[in-house]
Design a protein around this ligand. Structure first.
Ligand SMILES: [Zn+2]
Ligand SMILES: [Zn+2]
Length: 351
């Protein structure tokens, strides 16, 4: 077994602390990765604190992983020692169902294996995530990461990046389209960058006047303050596509009303409470209200390659591993521009 050090939650109310644990040895199809950076996703906090009531302790979060290949199994052909690689939210799936065969492993009909808090399909226990020194992953779920970019700023592409990229691609966002991005956080800021790079006319909607300047800097052509009823009324019926990245309670009908005939609003933020939809928002202009979950492995590779070509990364703040609890508290207040990333050289050598 491979001895690892990680940061783990041992109970819902316990702060994350160093933990020594073991990972499986490198099998024929496995890649062992020495982790250099791991992004901090809202899901990490939800899972560590058992807010979804399904956490198995100890829990080592982290699913925005980048690092270097340290060892490959005998059947591994796609990677070699030293390669810069990434791992996102999934480390396995059934590989046989319709979704898996279509490259949509995130919708695997028996459920994909999460990078942490997931149950290994070969009975090797519960998965541990990227808040750790190393990880062992099947080569089919390892991505080639662009080497031309700041490696720390690549990490959040593995979850925040693909979560926004996938719906933009699925609904073929591109030149000639007016696209709205709702909310400027970890997800929203990637949505703005991608929609702009794909050639759309991009409008950011935010509740906060302090984010106007940043929205424009990140690539939005216009920023609309969603609390201003006159500004919102001017946008009525003008959008081909809207990506809603807000996970707080908000009025979805207000945004559905901004769509043109046949326009699509895709929800990627996940509010805890149901969002009431007025059916009239949909039927009067044959609009679609949809959702989307991360992205498949091939699509994630496409996104990383696109980022390499276009120089796109996440805006980040680097933290030390022992600053994680403070980072969680700041994240809860949306006080981060726009993703925390843990520098794994700050991981203690032993627990
Ligand atoms: Zn995530
Ligand atoms: Zn499947």
């Amino acid at each position: 077994m491979l001895s690892c050090v990680g940061y783990a939650a041992t109970a819902a109310n316990a702060p994350l602390a160093p933990l020594a644990f073991e990972r499986r040895d490198v099998g024929p199809d496995d890649v062992r990765i020495d982790i250099t950076y791991c992004g901090v996703c809202h899901s990490d906090l939800h899972q560590a604190r058992n807010e979804w009531k399904n956490t198995i302790y100890p829990c080592v979060p982290g699913h925005e992983i980048v690092g270097h290949v340290a060892e490959v199994g005998s059947s591994v052909t796609r990677f070699k020692k030293g390669d810069f690689v990434g791992v996102g939210c999934m480390v396995d799936s059934c590989r046989e169902c319709t979704s898996c065969k279509e490259g949509l492993e995130q919708y695997c009909e028996v459920g994909f294996v999460g990078t942490y808090n997931g149950e290994d399909r070969q009975g090797r226990g519960i998965t541990f995530g990227g808040y750790s020194s190393a990880v062992v992953v099947d080569q089919a779920f390892v991505l080639r990461a662009p080497t031309s970019l700041d490696p720390a700023a690549v990490a959040p592409l593995l979850c925040a990046g693909i979560t926004t990229w996938s719906p933009l691609r699925k609904w073929k966002v591109g030149p000639g389209q007016r696209v709205g991005i709702v909310g400027l956080g970890g997800l929203g800021h990637m949505g703005v960058k991608f929609a702009r790079a794909l050639g759309a006319e991009v409008v950011l909607f935010t509740t906060s006047a302090s984010k106007v300047e940043d929205g424009l800097r990140l690539g939005a052509h216009e920023v609309v303050l969603s609390k201003d009823p006159d500004a919102m009324a001017k946008e009525s019926g003008r959008f081909d596509f809207i990506l809603d990245a807000v996970s707080a309670k908000h009025d979805i009908n207000e945004y559905l009303g901004l769509l043109k005939r046949d326009g699509v609003l895709v929800q990627v933020g996940a509010p805890e409470e149901p969002l009431p939809v007025s059916v009239f928002s949909l039927i009067m202009k044959r609009r679609t209200f949809a959702g989307s979950l991360i992205g498949g492995i091939a699509e994630t590779q496409e996104m990383l390659d696109f980022c390499g070509e276009h120089g796109i990364t996440s805006d980040i703040e680097i933290i030390r591993m022992d600053e994680i609890e403070a980072a969680y508290e700041r994240m809860l207040k949306s006080d981060v521009k726009y993703r925390f990333v843990i520098d794994m050289t700050s991981m203690p050598a032993s627990a």
